[in-house]
Design a protein. Structure first.
Length: 335
């Protein structure tokens, strides 16, 4: 809202990973406008969402797309207190441009953005911002970049409690407080290809959907049901989710030494590195560690890696590089 209240460059650009809540922020702003919980300068504002796919669809001839974009800009310019929201705003860079031509959707929007005729909120991911949006310097300087970070576990939990009632009504179930907390904690821990709160929302939604398919008589979703859903999504045995990870790390050195003999010094160095990682001194979403075990055959290099994976409940994958010595064997790795 602060950016929208500015006199110049009052076009916020929301940049963040998919699923962290960029679109939800625009929807939340619309709710605040409706509830009159905004500064005086933004009162009576109306947010219009621009669907780039619908604009491009059906354009056959040169000039069709440009005409549509020009029409949108002209109509928005006529409306008082209008705010244009463009999700996946990187798609306007190059949209509608012909081979060798320079005219695209972004160039048609630049004059209106520059003179303040329209206010625009954009949303995109970090990768798309770097690959497309950032390269168009003229367009980029007309926006104020706002980075949207992944919410913390506490904030994500509050978000899920806020939307819990909608999913309970849809699925005809009740989520316990512990189930919501478990969904946030375990989804963050075991599902790494998405971000909070999106992953946790997917978990409670899929868990609720499973009650429809199984026609369960009970209508209470517990943390056990959530664990089963995450186990299915992350392809991890359910019993591994229940193990106290900190307790495993605490006793890691003694557990490894009881199974691997004669490598006490190597185990000590390995455990120290892992404990540093679990203490929070590593970057989020980065590997716990990368280790190179060097030594003659039969001293326990592979067995140490296997036992480490078993103790920490991590899936163990072994690649014997002696099987990849021929040139054609690389296809086994890359498919």
């Amino acid at each position: 809202m602060e950016t929208l209240c500015r006199r110049k460059k009052n076009n916020p650009l929301l940049v963040g990973e998919a699923g962290v809540g960029k679109t939800a922020i625009a929807e939340g702003l619309a709710l605040k406008i409706e509830a009159n919980e905004i500064p005086e300068i933004l009162k009576n504002s109306v947010i219009y969402s621009l669907d780039m796919g619908s604009l491009v669809a059906g354009t056959k001839y040169r000039g069709d797309f440009e005409k549509r974009i020009k029409g949108v800009v002209d109509e928005i310019s006529k409306l008082e207190n209008a705010i244009l929201f463009i999700d996946e705003i990187h798609t306007i860079v190059g949209a509608g441009a012909t081979s060798g031509g320079s005219l695209d959707a972004s160039n048609l929007l630049k004059p209106a953005l520059s003179n303040g005729t329209i206010k625009c909120i954009g949303a995109t991911t970090y990768s798309e911002y770097r690959n497309h949006f950032e390269k168009d310097k003229a367009l980029n300087r007309r926006f104020s970049k706002i980075e949207i970070e992944e919410p913390s576990l506490e904030v994500a939990t509050k978000i899920l409690f806020g939307i819990k009632a909608k999913y309970e009504t849809h699925h005809g179930v009740k989520y316990t407080n512990k189930a919501i907390e478990t969904a946030v904690l375990l989804s963050k821990k075991y599902i790494h290809d998405k971000f909070l709160p999106d992953i946790a929302i997917d978990v409670i939604d899929e868990c609720g959907a499973s009650f429809h398919l199984n026609k369960k008589k009970k209508k209470i979703v517990s943390e056990i049901d959530i664990e089963k859903t995450i186990s299915k999504i992350a392809k991890i045995p359910t019993q591994n989710l229940e193990i106290d990870e900190l307790e495993s790390v605490k006793n890691l050195e003694s557990n490894l030494k009881s199974k691997i003999f004669g490598q006490d010094e190597a185990i000590k160095e390995l455990v120290l590195a892992i404990k540093r990682s679990y203490a929070g001194l590593n970057k989020d979403r980065k590997p716990i560690g990368s280790f190179l075990f060097s030594g003659p055959t039969g001293v326990g290099k592979t067995e140490l890696a296997r036992e480490l994976a078993n103790t920490l409940n991590i899936n163990f994958e072994k690649f014997d590089m002696s099987e990849y010595m021929e040139k054609h064997a690389i296809s086994k790795l890359i498919g």
